[in-house]
Write a protein that binds this ligand. Structure first.
Ligand code: AMZ
Length: 445
């Protein structure tokens, strides 16, 4: 069993690993779930459970480690042998990370690796169902491209409450179900005895932008450093305010770093990490493995690589191998051609071509910005974004130009035809109060 890889398949459990695993399960149960049990079971029960599990041919156990210690796990469960018709399907069960090991992106890593394992074993469909109380895990599955195909209103009983369950699936060959399946609220149907309005299959994530220049929180227009509006000289307080407003992710860019080719606003980034608990993606000036690893170890959930995506794809590939699920490509284009070095240079490469190369390198997602729109409040370049999202199979995050709630509504609509669109970055419109967080979350939900 390799101790180096954070995620690995477990074939046997040594005593210290078994203890760590039981501790993680206990902590997850006390935290309100993430595992099947509602009440703590005691060590003996858990030990017997895991020892027994390893003997069941239909089940595969995967563990995730933090600093070498098991802090979470997941299971793949295949159909019984006689169920030939479903031999291509596998179910994911009990994916969890202990509460004391969260904020490191381990859930996403675990999911990514388990999915890869299922794919390499030849499975074509990965199914998962989950109580609607597990909002963190639900967000994780959505982010990973799982499509919700149904809701069971009487899924589970927790205490004296009936809880509904969400049913997701992911096609492992990279294709998606023909169209986003409308989610019908069965509870409402039985109450009114008529079908409810279908709602979109998944919420889009809104990433509030925290662009850092000289230690302050700014917004540029079209990426020009001398056209900056300063919005806050306390980025950590600003980040907290966005969390309080209900945003579930932060998008931070070290602008000086992007121009200089190395991190230049590290104290501000660290202050944000210390002040918040939601996951953060960070870009700007990350050009070598030590910078990438350093920030991922410091608590950044995903790093955004822009210039090196064009100039050093081998580094991106290696980073994706070392940090699966945690590397995102930032593709910033001027009229379709990719810009680098703080957008001071424009390459000959087309955004779609780079996107395909980055997908092949193993990035978890692509952030696509049309530079001429950025900071201008005139709307996203939906045409390019949709084209890009329909070219690749990994999630695409739209960026550049949101100025009104209608722009978000238009993206929401476009995403129904381009299900790869996963979220949107909004900066100036939020800071100026043109778009209210609550309204934006509603429109994208
Ligand atoms: O506004 C700019 N001039 C700018 C900006 N926002 N220049 C770069 N960036 C961002 C990219 C990406 O997130 O959108 O910096 C990141 C890329 O940095 P690098 O150092 O990897 O090229």
């Amino acid at each position: 069993m390799s101790r180096k890889k954070p995620v690995h398949r477990v074939l046997e459990l040594e005593e210290d690993d078994l203890q760590a695993l039981c501790e993680a399960v206990d902590a997850a149960i006390l935290d309100g779930g993430g595992f099947g049990w509602i009440q703590p079971q005691g060590r003996q029960v858990l030990e017997r459970y895991f020892k027994g599990l390893l003997l069941v041919p239909e089940r595969m156990l995967f563990a995730v480690r933090l600093d070498g210690v098991i802090v979470g796990c997941a299971q793949l469960v295949r159909a019984p042998r006689n169920n030939e018709a479903q031999a291509m399907c596998v179910s994911l069960m009990h994916l969890f990370v202990a509460p004391y090991a969260r904020k490191h992106g381990l859930g996403a890593q675990l999911l990514h690796e388990v999915e890869n394992a299922a794919r390499s074993m030849g499975y074509r469909v990965l199914n998962v169902d989950i109580p609607d109380t597990q909002t963190g895990a639900i967000a994780l599955f959505r982010k990973a491209g799982f499509q919700q195909w149904g809701t069971h209103p009487h899924y589970a009983r927790i205490g004296d409450q009936t809880v509904s369950g969400l049913f997701f699936t992911k096609l492992l060959d990279g294709t998606r179900l023909p169209s986003p399946t409308p989610v019908v609220d069965e509870t409402r149907m039985t109450q009114t005895n008529q079908s409810s309005t279908p709602s979109p299959a998944r919420a889009l994530t809104l990433y509030p932008a925290i662009d850092l220049k000289d230690g302050a929180c700014v917004r540029l227009r079209r990426g020009e450093m001398d056209d900056a509006t300063v919005y806050s000289d306390d980025p950590a307080a600003q980040a907290r305010a966005w969390c309080d407003a209900g945003f579930k992710w932060l998008h931070a860019v070290d602008l000086n770093g992007a121009f200089e080719g190395q991190s230049a606003n590290a104290p501000a980034v660290r202050a944000i990490l210390d002040a918040t608990t939601v996951p953060m993606q960070l870009g700007g000036g990350l050009r070598d493995m030590s910078a990438i690893a350093g920030w991922l170890e410091a608590g950044v959930t995903r790093v955004i690589l822009g210039s090196v995506a064009v100039k050093n794809p081998a580094l991106v590939r290696e980073a994706c191998r070392l940090f699966p699920g945690r590397i995102v490509a930032g593709i910033d284009a001027r009229s379709g051609r990719v810009a680098t070095e703080g957008w001071a240079e424009v390459s000959d490469m087309q955004a779609t071509e780079l996107a395909l190369r980055m997908q092949e390198a193993g990035v978890a997602a692509i952030i696509f910005t049309e530079i001429s729109r950025d900071g201008m409040l005139e709307g996203l370049d939906l045409e390019q974004t949709v084209a890009l999202a329909n070219t690749v199979t990994i999630p695409v995050i739209a960026s550049g130009g949101v100025g009104t709630i209608e722009h978000l509504a238009a993206l929401r609509k476009a995403a129904n035809h381009a299900p790869g669109i996963e979220g949107v970055i909004v900066g100036r419109a939020l800071y100026d109060g043109r778009v209210s967080p609550a309204e934006a979350l509603k429109v994208l939900g």
